[in-house]
Design a protein around this ligand. Structure first.
Ligand code: AKB
Length: 342
């Protein structure tokens, strides 16, 4: 008999790392994970991990012959800065990957005649503010506003949202076969900050990089201007939002794609908070005009009132709790322990 499983792609990345910790805490969850890389050692025992490419259809066929996949968390993606250096590869990973996973979900649903839940993190990168005046004027953007991304990653993510929507509502609308049931649910994340992992290849990375460099006693040259402002959220809140949305009763959902966020900070305000905790930190600003332009195109804040209203979303960490209760104490501890083991 095939085993039931929750399937997580991009499992070795930052969100995967935190999500696996949470899902594995419930012993009823069997986790099947996929990534090009191995799982980090601290979570390696929590899941059955397959090291491989999600575009490898033979590999996926083998997995579905062994497992009944009930829920998919499709986290694998090439982030915004990385995607600008290899746009076609980004398209392959972010769009072809999405389509491959949606097809897998559709097949699973058809064979088993039951809905498959498909949870997808999208991003503030799907927004494109045309100029600083609009960014200042339209401060908290709603889901349907300014959907004109300027990056390949943003284009890929908004198309991924549309594909999810299409597969859940209209796929096979003219075909004779029975419809499939994909329960697609998506959150649009702001920049994420974790105390335990560092991002790579993103453009919101300056926030976490500044903080971790200070804790390690390393100098940091921030690649955006002091006044560059976007929304952020802690990693535990990001994971909470995925789980809350996944568990929300279907009848409560008025849309399939929701903004979620916590606080909006300029890079200068992040620097001030980092300096308050690490007064000797050496933080300078050396804007990279190209990466800066990407951050300028992202909104200063997100309106997440639909998520709050429909499924009770609210972050556990506001800006003070994020820094004082979660980030600073855990980051201090992390690098203190690293020093001790060296
Ligand atoms: C990135 O910077 O590309 C990501 C994102 C905002 O989705 N962190």
């Amino acid at each position: 008999m095939r085993k039931h499983a929750i399937f997580i792609t991009g499992a070795s990345g930052e969100v995967g790392h935190a999500l696996i910790h949470h899902l594995a805490a419930d012993s009823d969850n069997r986790l099947l994970t996929l990534d090009l890389k191995a799982l980090p050692p601290d979570i390696a025992s929590l899941a059955t991990h397959v090291q491989g490419d999600m575009l490898d259809t033979n590999l996926l066929a083998r997995l579905v012959s062994e497992y009944e996949i009930d829920t998919i968390y499709h986290l694998a993606a090439l982030l915004s800065t990385r995607a600008e250096f290899s746009p076609e590869m980004a398209h392959q990973v972010n769009v072809e990957g999405m389509l491959t996973l949606l097809k897998l979900a559709a097949e699973q649903s058809q064979w088993r005649n039951r809905p498959i839940q498909f949870v997808f993190p999208s991003s503030i990168a799907i927004y494109g503010m045309p100029d600083p005046e609009s960014k200042a004027l339209y401060n908290r953007v709603r889901e349907f506003e300014w959907n004109q991304p300027r990056t390949m990653y943003g284009c890929n993510k908004i198309y991924g949202e549309m594909l999810g929507n299409y597969y859940s509502k209209h796929f096979r609308q003219l075909a004779a076969e029975a419809p499939v049931h994909i329960d697609f649910r998506c959150v649009r994340f702001p920049g994420l900050i974790s105390a335990f992992t560092l991002p790579s290849g993103g453009t919101s990375d300056y926030g976490p990089e500044m903080l971790h460099a200070a804790a390690k006693g390393e100098p940091y040259a921030c690649f955006v201007r002091e006044d560059a402002r976007i929304p952020f959220m802690t990693m535990p809140d990001a994971v909470r939002s995925l789980l809350l949305l996944s568990h929300a009763p279907a009848e409560k959902l008025t849309r399939r794609v929701y903004n979620v966020t916590s606080f909006s900070l300029s890079a200068g305000e992040i620097r001030d908070r980092v300096l308050a905790a690490f007064p000797d930190a050496q933080i300078t600003f050396a804007p990279d005009l190209k990466r800066q332009a990407i951050v300028d195109s992202w909104p200063a804040d997100l309106d997440d009132s639909a998520a709050r209203r429909d499924w009770g979303w609210s972050p556990q960490h506001d800006v003070d709790a994020a820094f004082d209760d979660y980030l600073i104490p855990n980051i201090r501890e992390r690098y203190r322990r690293k020093e001790e083991t060296q």
